[in-house]
Design a protein around this ligand. Structure first.
Ligand code: KPL
Length: 300
């Protein structure tokens, strides 16, 4: 049982990091942003715009040089930054620090536990829609659901009640692996195709050439999903992907945004993870393999 309200440190002050940091602070928790090494550790003003409301909150910051003790760490960085970012604050982490990963892709919890077996790692996934307008200034564009869990943990830890007060709806999911795999499967279809064809999500349904690629890829991702033990997700994948495409038709996927801004992509943790699982089950996944190579070797 948790005594008092936990103090959350947030690593990754992008749109989702700012949204959750502000929500936690407004609910009565302490929330502190962890800035890059060498950044002046001044409080920053986090602005969240939703509908016609503008919520502004001063949040304290620390850098890895500080002597803070971190008991609860929320990680919302890009997938490829997680390992180094957590290593950068490792000396500040309490024994059995709770680390909640709200990042795209799979495989990172296992990596973190390999690096630091003492951590108490949780995983989450969210359909909240938020994008950055300027540094620490975001638009909360669409309300969604946040699911959090830890493999084998049926009941939530003490800190979770505060999350439910801060973020609605926020659900404890004893089957979090299913939710994470379902998101991975959708991202394996939508993200590389939109990034390669430089199109919005909706064009994957409205352009027949792309719709055929979606079908082929859904078949392949479903085969891997079934072999990995996610038969129900495999069966409903075409319908799930169609629904996400329709519901996010105007979106530029996160991978398309990464490509357009010349950033690295999260392909290693999305398609790359699928390919690792496919290899473990001796399943060929040539379309995913080819997409991954084309994304990695694309001309920028
Ligand atoms: O999760 C997404 C992403 O862009 O990473 C989808 C669901 C595809 C929405 O754009």
């Amino acid at each position: 049982m948790m005594m008092g309200k936990p103090h959350w440190h947030v690593l990754g002050a992008g749109a989702i990091g700012c949204l959750y940091a502000q929500a936690l602070q407004r609910s009565g928790c302490r929330a502190t942003l962890v800035m890059r090494s060498g950044t002046p550790a001044h409080p920053v003003s986090v602005i969240v715009q939703e509908d016609d409301r503008r919520l502004e909150q001063q949040l304290p910051t620390i850098t890895p040089e500080s002597d803070a003790a971190i008991s609860h760490l929320l990680v919302t960085t890009k997938a490829y930054d997680v390992r180094a970012a957590v290593a950068g604050v490792a000396h500040l982490l309490a024994d059995r620090c709770a680390v909640l990963l709200l990042v795209n892709g799979l495989g990172l919890a296992e990596q973190l536990l390999q690096d630091r077996p003492g951590l108490d790692v949780y995983c989450g996934t969210t359909t909240e829609g938020a994008y950055t307008i300027a540094a620490h200034h975001i638009r909360h564009a669409g309300r969604g659901e946040t699911r959090i869990g830890q493999a084998g943990l049926a009941t939530p830890p003490g800190w979770f009640a505060q999350w439910q007060r801060a973020i609605t709806p926020c659900v404890w999911d004893p089957q979090i692996a299913d939710a994470l795999w379902s998101k991975l499967a959708v991202n394996c279809v939508i993200n590389p195709l939109t990034a390669l064809h430089r199109c919005r999500n909706g064009e994957l349904a409205s352009r027949s050439v792309l719709a055929r690629e979606v079908d082929t890829l859904c078949d392949e991702v479903a085969r891997v999903s079934r072999a990995a033990g996610y038969a129900a997700i495999a069966d409903s994948l075409p319908a799930t992907v169609s629904a996400v495409i329709a519901g996010t038709a105007d979106n530029r996927s996160s991978m398309l945004q990464d490509v357009e801004s010349g950033r690295p992509t999260e392909i290693d943790y999305i398609t790359g993870h699928l390919l690792k699982v496919a290899a473990q089950h001796h399943i060929a996944a040539p379309h995913s393999q080819s997409l991954m190579e084309r994304i990695k070797h694309r001309a920028t």
